[in-house]
Design a protein around this ligand. Structure first.
Ligand code: 4AZ
Length: 319
């Protein structure tokens, strides 16, 4: 065991220690200081996802979100369709248990909601909204922002990312919603493959749902594990250079955890300019190695034709 320093030395060191505290940079994004239901998820640990928000109306959870800065939360536009009065809303931060948020949690009031003006309804592009809190929250070990990627960051198909939320643990709603935040590891699926999956077993007369340029699929062809109702608006995060960076916003899917119907997320990088316009002071995370994304992929949604299908390694499952 180490002996404590003599008291006189401690007194000399005290101003130095205080000085380092004051000069400390603001807490970095995407770095939880932890010690260590969606469908098929596991309980999250305390302080594991300190940017996770629960968006509530009249005291009931209805969507997830992610903290970007002391004042701003990113969520899905469909969570706030037809909303003009912000008074019934609260954003819960710093919680793991929804019904027993604990002493580290705070409920923030909502000042305004900025939905992306390009959003055109369920399962369409630009399903993103920014929620401004009435007063800034204080960061702590339980409340910290996630990093947002700048458009140079690419999220490669096959990469393992995590989705978190308090949403329904089954499509049929037969089980009670989890009180404890759930986490689920999901691989990213490339868009041609995702379109192929959504085309499998689609109603013969109906046009299968198309995965747009600003969408990202993640999950499993076999189903079983997925985000679900009440998870919407929450984050899909991937580890990039030691930080958690938000790749997607939970947006839609055909049901939950069905075979060939992976979860669909809105790509955060596709809406970089819109986010920057609303929150000019927000920092975006580049890739340390500087690996650039294909520049053809950086226009606004719907401006780029889909990439030609490549050879697909994962075959759709028969219905
Ligand atoms: C929803 O209704 C919802 N399986 C969210 C996510 C998914 C499906 C539906 C993805 O909020």
């Amino acid at each position: 065991m180490r002996r404590p320093p003599p008291p006189t030395l401690l007194l000399l060191l005290l101003p130095l220690l205080a000085g380092t505290q004051e000069a400390k940079a603001p807490p970095a994004c995407g770095r939880p200081r932890k010690l260590s239901r969606m469908v098929g998820g596991r309980d999250a640990l305390e302080r594991e996802w300190p940017w996770q928000a629960s968006i509530q109306r009249d005291g009931s959870h209805f969507c997830g979100g992610s903290l970007l800065s002391p004042r701003w939360v990113l969520t899905a536009a469909h969570c706030f369709s037809n909303t003009s009065d912000t008074a019934p809303y609260r954003v819960l931060l710093g919680a793991r248990q929804l019904l027993r948020p604990g002493p580290h949690a705070v409920y923030a009031r909502v000042r305004r909601v900025e939905s992306n003006p390009l959003y055109r309804g369920m399962a369409s592009s630009a399903d993103v909204a920014l929620v401004e809190l009435e007063a800034p929250v204080t960061f702590s070990d339980h409340i910290l922002p996630v990093c947002l990627p700048d458009p140079s960051v690419s999220f490669a198909p096959g990469m393992s990312c995590w989705v978190t939320g308090w949403g329904s643990p089954s499509e049929q709603d037969r089980l009670p919603s989890p009180r404890t935040l759930q986490k689920l590891s999901v691989p990213l699926i490339d868009t041609p493959k995702c379109n192929l999956l959504y085309g499998t077993g689609a109603e013969p007369d109906s046009q299968p749902k198309a995965i747009q340029d600003d969408m990202l699929c993640a999950g499993f062809a076999e189903g079983k594990k997925d985000a679900c109702k009440g998870d919407s608006g929450g984050p899909l995060v991937c580890r990039v250079d030691q930080s958690w960076v938000q790749a997607g916003v939970i947006s839609w899917g055909e049901g939950c955890a069905r075979p060939n119907r992976p979860g669909v997320y809105i790509r955060v990088t596709s809406h970089h300019r819109w986010i920057r316009r609303i929150i000019p002071e927000l920092q975006f995370q580049g890739r340390a190695g500087g690996r650039r994304r294909d520049p053809r992929a950086s226009g606004p949604p719907g401006t780029r034709p889909h990439a030609a299908p490549r050879l697909l390694s994962l075959e759709p499952l028969p219905q």
